[in-house]
Design a protein around this ligand. Sequence first.
Ligand code: NAD
Length: 461
Amino acid sequence: MSSYDVIIIGAGPGGYVCAIRCAQLGLKVACIEGRETLGGTCLNVGCIPSKAMLHASHQYHEASHNFAAIGLIGDPPKIDFTRMQEFKAGVVEANTKGIEFLFKKNKVDWIKGWASITGKGRVTVGDTEYSAKNIVIATGSEPSVLPGVPVDEEVIVTSTGALALKAIPKSMVVIGAGVIGLELGSVYARLGAEVTVLEYLDQITPGMDLEICKTFQRTLKKQGLKFVLGAAVQSAERTDGGAKVTYKLKKDDSEAGLEADVVLVATGRRPYLEGLGLEGVGVSLTDRGQIATKDWKTSVEGIWAIGDATPGPMLAHKAEDEGMAVAEAMAGQHGHVNYGIIPGVIYTNPEIASVGRTEEQLKADGKAYKVGKFNFMANGRAKASQSGEGFVKLLADAETDRILGCHIMGPAAGELIHEVCVAMEFGASAEDLARTCHAHPTYSEAMREAALACGDGAIHA
Ligand code: NAD
């Protein structure tokens, strides 16, 4: 029987990062993955392919709608959807092969197949048993579908099916105005589909800074997305031409229906724990079906868990951080994740990014805070690149000036946010950011101006 210091189950961003870090720390490590390729949901059917589609559809939109305004005259490009899908597949392949290379380079054994834990320190794949001092569960999540909405991944699809459609639908109903619904909804809206988003709550992107939510929704509406808020989807069924969704409006309990070529179900994800044998070995779950953990330890000694299978935001980078931290903990070091500083990004155009507390949370905390806001309209670089929509909002402690949170809608928001993450990790004040020289002309200057606005005032406002 092959034996290891660590066996990791799952090769998504949590699992593969953990495996590489274990190897770097001198541990003998294997990573078990059932998919044909490494990288998990993120690389195969999530973040990476959706970003390829976002990029392609954005380029198309720019060429069709914005080129003429900057003096680039010509016929709008035509869409070859098959070629676009091939481009996406190529991006996925390059990334998954990259992990394969990193496994070889770091001497991580990739065991192919679906694992189950058969006892303390024992893992079985098919007929083969492996032993390990430590087991890390990094099995991720799967779409949580709605009762009455039968997914077939052709007409009624999850994000997986939406990324592999054979043709661009003329119309699409998206159930859920969360991250997946809005990212993929905007991809297909840009490619020409008429997109209607049905959302149970009275706002989009629940949990996000309210001012951002409202501005973001206005922007998406301008881009052609339609929204029905306060709509609880009851069921969906296939029709001759596509599918029909039935929903109830919360305000008056009335029922309505909507037909579309494709229905995307984007109502959240749930931990993927099938076939792991957790009950047999006594690993406890939370009441929401996640693996209960404390410092990434499960209720069973020697079994650890990270990523989407455990509580916390279902984000690849949260899983990666946990992967590194748990490797360090198993190697006798002090693993650490700062759960207060995990950025969130929505990859639409403009992008949305946030970190730390929202205004609503600070109010609920009873914390006195200052707001420094700066509009991209007043940022030279944004004006020059036709991307003046949105703003940076920096929140700082009213007494100490320490940065408490930041919320951005605008160009490269997903990049800009990391300046604030680093500042927050170092306990910086808004003045620290404001006194840091920022190159001109850059989008980052909007961040500095927001920091200045927390003090004596922004210069260009
Ligand atoms: P989500 O939780 O972000 O949003 C789901 C939405 O569906 C919610 O707004 C909810 O109110 C709504 N909803 C639920 N039931 C409904 C019903 N019956 N009728 C109408 N609306 C209903 O979930 P998601 O967008 O599916 O994403 C899943 C997970 O993947 C999230 O944790 C997300 O953070 C993560 N993810 C992140 C990124 C990123 O970071 N860019 C990208 C993709 C996915």
